[in-house]
Write a protein that binds this ligand. Structure first.
Ligand code: GDP
Length: 591
């Protein structure tokens, strides 16, 4: 029955089981059976992505079949990336990152107050995701982000928007895990790094030690001949903030950051939420062109006409140049955090482009139905059905996306799967509680309210609601909760080795022998592996230890003594054999 001609199957994003079976000339049941063998419970309409389909074809050993990717319209097809000759200088976009409590918020607040609030809009109370300030008559754009994971999410969405990362390190605490994460992020995003060594007003502040610490992590201070600018500051007292801003501008000058303005406006969605009376309120960062009110824009599958536009202080703005953060209304629905937006010429084009993007997204989501990594995971953990279910509620779409994306990035090492039952913007509702009934399900709130009646309902139904304001804490909680669900693992640790010098008594389930401890130690309760020459001949357990005919706790290297071994199986130990001792315990698995 071997076909000689190569068969080519084109896949645009994903293919249904039904379509694949037909293309392969197999019956649907045969294909579903094959998928089942691979640990995938598939239905006839289930979509498989390209890699999964390839794996299945490999498994079926169909050598004369070849899969080809068929290109579909991509979301980014319209975006300008290359700069023209006419590109002009633009303000740098700066993100402030660092370990928790090292002073990011204080720094952002101090800069904001120093440069804007004092002079102008007295009280910015609302959380703002981006702002601009003027230093030496030049603008600098600062991004405030809910956490590093938010950046990871933006990066996942395929955008690089930070030119400079200011890494805040407390001079009395040094480099910490999130400092390292920030360094890695900045390097991964190809951003320039400036270090702000903070809290220099504190008694325990040690600038040279902090620099040495940073140097150990690959950031060589300029003072020491390296290429990383480090500015000692006190975010709280305001010391050296001007110097920090000088350094940011200097770095921007060296980088010659530019953008085209004579192109349709484009940029990124950095936050979005609904407001009563206004509809969608969306924060955008313009990265190219000039955005004006009245223009039509598309962001992913959502489009709109810019109805109102404001700067970060809430002042109306008619036009926004590159690197400017603005708040706009007019999108018909909420665009996603991290999505690119682009200006188009009219409503018809906007609608059409949004629809095309929606279709591309749908085939992406559909293909995400069963991906090859799911498949690999299922193959590896066929007998492991542990699942941790979560429901996510967040204050704004940006935080929900960050939480969801970050949760998905937790490496569960195939030990457990994390299932996001649902996610959305808003307070925790009755419906969320009903959905959470069942094993291993937790509702996570991020910056939301949990009304008292919901707290009561959840308590009655035994549903866990956990509310967080800091993303790392939420992620830590999820990780720990998953660890709790894992089985214990057996951990063995070698403790020492003995050479047998005499065998006193051999019974069916016990042997009493004497010998010299060569390395380490041995005591009752330990296990041992017995080697004759180099061959492993059996396993024993240490029942008791004797030294000079007295029972003792342990024998250590260099000592000679007697041991009563317990046997599981009959075993003959001879003079000259060696016993390698080890402890064996059950430990909670870690992720
Ligand atoms: P974040 O978690 O990095 O945003 O840190 P915060 O900005 O919330 O700061 C954590 C704590 O350190 C707060 O109590 C701040 O008041 C304090 N702090 C921040 N910067 C300084 C500083 O320059 N000097 C001193 N003494 N305390 C600071």
């Amino acid at each position: 029955m071997a076909e000689t001609q190569e068969k080519i199957i084109q896949i645009a994003g994903s293919i249904t089981v039904d379509e694949l079976a037909e293309a392969l000339g197999l019956s649907v049941t045969a294909l579903i059976g094959e998928l089942f063998k691979q640990g995938i419970m598939a239905t006839i309409n289930q979509r498989l992505d390209f890699d999964t389909a390839s794996l299945i074809i490999d498994e079926l050993k169909l050598e004369n079949v070849r899969l080809e990717r068929k290109n579909t319209a991509t979301k980014t097809s319209n975006f300008h990336r290359e700069l023209s000759e006419k590109a002009v200088l633009r303000p740098p976009v700066v993100a402030v990152m660092g370990h928790v409590d090292h002073g990011k918020t204080t720094l952002l607040d101090s800069l904001l107050h120093k440069k804007t609030v004092e002079g102008e809009a007295g009280g910015i109370t609302q959380h703002i995701s981006a702002y601009q300030l003027k230093h030496d008559e030049r603008l600098i754009t600062f991004l405030d982000t809910p956490g590093h994971e938010a950046f990871a999410a933006i990066r996942q969405h395929g955008a690089m928007l930070t030119d400079i990362v200011v890494i805040v390190v407390a001079a009395d605490d040094g480099v910490k895990p999130q400092t390292i994460e920030a360094i890695k992020f900045a390097q991964g995003a190809n951003a320039k790094i400036i270090v702000a060594i903070n809290k220099i007003d504190r008694e325990g502040a040690d600038i040279p030690r902090t620099m040495a610490d940073l140097a150990q992590h690959g950031l060589q201070p300029e003072e020491w001949g390296g290429d990383v600018t480090m500015v000692p500051i006190s975010a709280k007292r305001g010391d050296n903030l001007d110097k920090l801003l000088d350094m940011i501008l200097l770095t921007a000058d060296i980088e010659e950051l530019k953008a085209d303005v004579e192109i349709p406006a484009e940029g990124l969605v950095i936050e979005s939420h609904m407001e009563i009376g206004k509809g969608s309120v969306v924060n955008l960062l313009v990265t190219g062109g000039e955005l004006k009110t009245g223009e039509f824009v598309v962001a992913g599958s959502v489009y709109g006409k810019i109805r109102t536009m404001m700067d970060f202080r809430g002042k109306p703005k008619g036009k926004a140049a590159p690197s400017t953060p603005v708040t706009v209304t007019g999108f018909k629905e909420l665009p996603n955090f991290g999505d690119r937006f682009i200006e188009v010429k009219d409503e018809k084009t906007a609608r059409k482009q949004a629809l095309l993007n929606a279709q591309a997204e749908a085939s992406e989501t559909a293909s995400a139905n069963v991906t090859s990594s799911d498949l690999l995971r299922m193959m590896n953990t066929a007998d492991n059905s542990k699942v941790f279910n979560v429901i996510i509620k967040g204050d704004v779409l940006g935080s929900v996306t960050s939480v969801v994306d970050s949760l998905k990035m937790i490496d569960t090492k195939g030990e457990i799967s994390l299932n996001i039952v649902s996610s959305g913007v808003g307070d925790v509702t009755e419906n969320d509680v009903y959905m959470a009934e069942g094993d291993n399900t937790v509702i996570y709130g991020f910056n939301v309210n949990i009304p008292t009646n919901i707290v009561k309902l959840a308590a009655r139904d035994g549903v866990e609601i956990r509310n967080y304001r800091v993303i790392y804490e939420l992620l830590d909680d999820a990780k720990q909760s998953m660890e709790q669900l894992l089985d214990d693992e057996v951990v063995e640790e070698e403790t020492g080795e003995m050479k047998i010098k005499g065998v006193f008594r051999t019974e069916r389930t016990a042997i009493i022998a004497g010998g010299e401890v060569l390395t380490g130690r041995v005591n009752a309760g330990m296990f041992g592996r017995v080697y004759h020459e180099k061959e492993l001949i059996g396993e024993v357990e240490v029942d008791s230890v004797q030294k000079e005919k007295m029972q003792v706790n342990e024998l250590v290297a260099g000592e000679t003594g007697g041991i009563a071994f317990k046997l599981e199986k009959r075993l003959v130990i001879e003079i000259g054999d060696r016993v390698k001792f080890f402890t064996r315990e059950l430990r909670k698995k870690k992720l």
